[in-house]
Design a protein around this ligand. Structure first.
Ligand code: ADP
Ligand code: MG
Length: 292
């Protein structure tokens, strides 16, 4: 009877847009206490757009063109937004070589012989790029608005800044509330800045925030919660979420996500609305009760 109940649960999941990979996944989800949610692409649309450009030692157009030349080598949502901004401004992009992607940090390439690095303040700090007081003031302003900041450096010199916005999915607040109604604790996990993370957490009523976290760090946050005796479900979409998805007691992959994330997940949320998270956990609880 046990396998039958599980089969029914898996079948019921399929009709709800919840693709359960096996019996283990369904059983694991029954005891979940905590749901860790990735920000970009999971709670937000992931379709970012450039809201502000600020050139420090180059024109705004040059900053966008340089960044876009580098971002052609990246699959990140930020890269698509930067390319779209260059297209809107009808900029001609220089060819670039030696593309590098730095997960959770940014991207780099060689443009016209110069090494160009595009990424967050942490990355540029690591590369010893000097941030002038004027640049710092611009960064703080964009940060205070909760925007995602992308800095552009050429040959170690900071040339400008892009500030990007990303819309929160319309059903995100309702989905978080549904998790709380099920007695689940919620945690926001993001590679983006503390400010950007806190803004979203506040808007959605999410309990706590771990920001500025690299992909390996995401898994460490999951492990820490597990060490506190919690049973953790992780919801994510990106390559940067894959290790955390595999580490969690239950990994839920958003179907719009990357292949790597979907491979690491135990359950794939095929339905493109966030209420599916609460439905998935509710379904497993119900299925397990049937078995007992
Ligand atoms: P999240 O956890 O919110 O999905 P990521 O781990 O994908 O975010 O990225 C974390 C941060 O790394 C981004 O907010 C951005 O600052 C930086 N970053 C990552 N990839 C790029 C890129 N291609 N260009 C610029 N910045 C990037
Ligand atoms: Mg993401």
């Amino acid at each position: 009877a046990t396998p039958t109940a599980l089969m029914v649960g898996i079948g019921r999941g399929a009709t709800l847009g919840i693709l359960i990979k096996g019996h283990d996944a369904l059983e694991a989800s029954g005891g979940i206490t905590t749901v860790v949610l990735d920000k970009t692409g999971t709670l937000t649309s992931g379709r970012m757009s450039v809201a502000e450009v600020s050139g420090f030692t180059a024109s705004d157009d040059d900053v966008v063109a340089l960044a876009a030349a580098v971002e052609r080598g990246s699959e990140h949502a930020i890269a698509r937004a930067v390319e779209a901004a260059a297209e809107e401004r009808a900029l001609v992009l220089r060819p670039a070589t030696e593309f590098q992607t730095l997960p959770g940090l940014g991207a780099a390439a060689r443009v016209d012989g110069a090494r160009v690095v595009v990424g967050n303040p942490k990355l540029l700090g690591e590369q010893d790029v000097e941030i002038t007081p004027a640049a710092q003031a611009a960064i703080d302003r964009a940060d205070a608005e909760g925007n995602t900041i992308v800095l552009v450096a050429r040959e170690g010199e900071l040339v400008g800044l892009l500030a990007l916005t990303d819309a929160i999915k319309s059903d995100a607040a309702r989905a978080v509330a549904a998790l709380h109604e099920q007695g689940l604790e919620t945690v926001l996990l993001t590679g983006d800045s503390q400010q950007a993370g806190e803004r979203i957490a506040r808007e959605l009523g999410i309990g706590s925030v771990h920001a500025g976290v690299l992909p390996q760090g995401k898994a460490d946050v999951v492990k820490e919660l597990q060490a506190q005796g919690k049973r953790v479900a992780m919801v994510g979409d990106g390559i940067n979420d894959a290790i955390a998805l595999a580490t969690a007691d239950l990994g839920l992959g958003v179907v719009t996500g990357t292949d790597v994330a979907l491979k690491a997940a135990d359950i794939i949320l095929v339905r493109d609305d966030l209420m599916v998270i609460a439905d998935a956990i509710g379904l497993s609880r119900k299925t397990l009760r049937t078995i007992k």
